[in-house]
Design a protein around this ligand. Structure first.
Ligand code: ATP
Ligand code: ARG
Length: 350
């Protein structure tokens, strides 16, 4: 049996599987796409491997490369519409808003509830495959090199240095992870999607001395741009990120598609690719079992303190916008801002 037929048999037989892949990969779509290849050589197996090997996936589908969104359109569109709750895949053009006139500042001026604030976006290079279809270390290294040429031209607050995972000590790596600056290598969904192949080659982190602006290279996405700092000053964090994006877009061209926005490896990140989060102390809401429902109603997503698939510690949660597609960057930030302010009100009322 071919690998694809084997993966298909696994998911077809998984009656209790609740992933979006299970919901939308019908026999008809499987037959339609089973022999299809992207121009970089990506296949349906590359897109569905993680979801078939991890039947508890929420989504279960990854793009093998930027072209997957076009080549396997019917499958991706169905998953995208369901995850992002949009009737059609019709993402607007980027709009970061008037960053000098945002109309909001620090969400927690007294510093009582918000421990830290972070906003990140993902960016991809059109000419490189995503992890399932990357066939050699050379591709990751080339991408790392092209990106560093651009990062090394950044000036002022954004200027920084690159730290390769290939040369970093285990202790340095551990400390950066504990301090919430660096990615880990223990996500089984990403592992089965090829995310850790040839690890740690071509991976690394660029950051400024104060670690308020950081770039992850060759983690889940080709690139992640991150702005973060202690406290609740969302406006400052967002402005810094937009400034970085605008500077880097002068040097690099990122994968983008009309109606889909910026293209990312995982369809959950598509569009604005923006996740704005606070680490927020909400012990009362959590103890009352009210946080999840409140977040759901506000289009927010609660996570644990060490990120996705982790637990809360001391009543502190990572709360962020859930929607990234079908709205502009500034709308996603405003949705997160309003939602976080509602959560703060609800915590104080208990
Ligand atoms: N507001 C925040 N303050 C401090 N650290 C944060 C904040 N939000 C997220 N982090 C940290 O960022 C790291 C990465 O988190 P996580 O993997 O959940 O999200 P991500 O980088 O946005 O990507 P993805 O959604 O693809 O998983 C973790 O260490 C997490 O604790
Ligand atoms: N980091 C991410 N892209 N997270 C979202 C999806 C993760 C995993 N593939 C799932 O389907 O549950």
């Amino acid at each position: 049996m071919s690998e694809l037929a084997d993966l298909w048999a696994k998911i077809e037989g998984a009656k209790d599987c609740k992933s979006l892949l299970k919901k939308y990969l019908t026999k008809e779509l499987y037959e339609k796409y089973k022999d299809t290849k992207t121009s970089l050589g990506g296949t349906l197996a590359d897109c569905i491997r993680s979801g078939c090997l991890n039947l508890d996936s929420g989504v279960g589908l990854y793009a093998c490369d930027p072209e997957a969104y076009t080549v396997f359109k019917d499958l991706f569109d169905a998953v995208i519409k369901d995850y992002h709750k949009v009737p059609a895949v019709n993402h607007p053009q980027p709009d970061f808003g008037d960053i000098n006139n945002l109309g909001f500042g620090d969400l927690d001026p007294d510093g009582k509830m918000i421990v830290s604030t972070r906003v990140r976006v993902g960016r991809s290079h059109n000419e490189f495959a995503f992890p399932p279809s990357i066939k050699s270390t050379e591709q990751r290294k080339q991408m790392e090199k092209n990106t560093l040429e651009a990062l090394n031209t950044l000036e002022g607050e954004l200027a920084g240095k690159y730290y390769s995972l290939e040369t970093m000590t285990k202790d340095e790596q551990k400390q950066l992870i504990e301090d919430h600056f660096l990615f880990k290598d223990d996500d089984r969904f990403l592992r089965d999607a090829g995310g850790y192949s040839f690890w740690p080659e071509g991976r690394g982190i660029f950051h400024n001395p104060s670690k308020t602006f950081l770039v992850w290279i060759n983690e889940e996405d080709h690139l992640r741009f991150i702005s973060m700092q202690q406290g609740g000053d969302l406006a400052t964090v967002y402005k810094r990120l937009v400034n970085a994006i605008q500077q880097l877009e002068k040097k690099l061209t990122f994968a983008k598609k009309d109606g889909y926005g910026y293209l990312t490896f995982c369809p959950t990140n598509l569009g604005t690719t923006l996740r704005a989060s606070v680490h927020i102390k909400v012990p009362k809401l959590a103890a009352a079992g009210k946080l999840n429902a409140l977040c759901a109603g506000l289009n927010l997503q609660p996570r644990g303190i060490h990120g996705e698939h982790t637990e809360s510690e001391g009543g502190i949660y990572d709360v962020s916008n859930k929607r990234r597609l079908g709205l502009t960057e500034i709308e996603a930030i405003q949705e997160m801002r309003k939602g976080v302010q509602e959560i703060m009100k609800a915590e104080l009322a208990l």
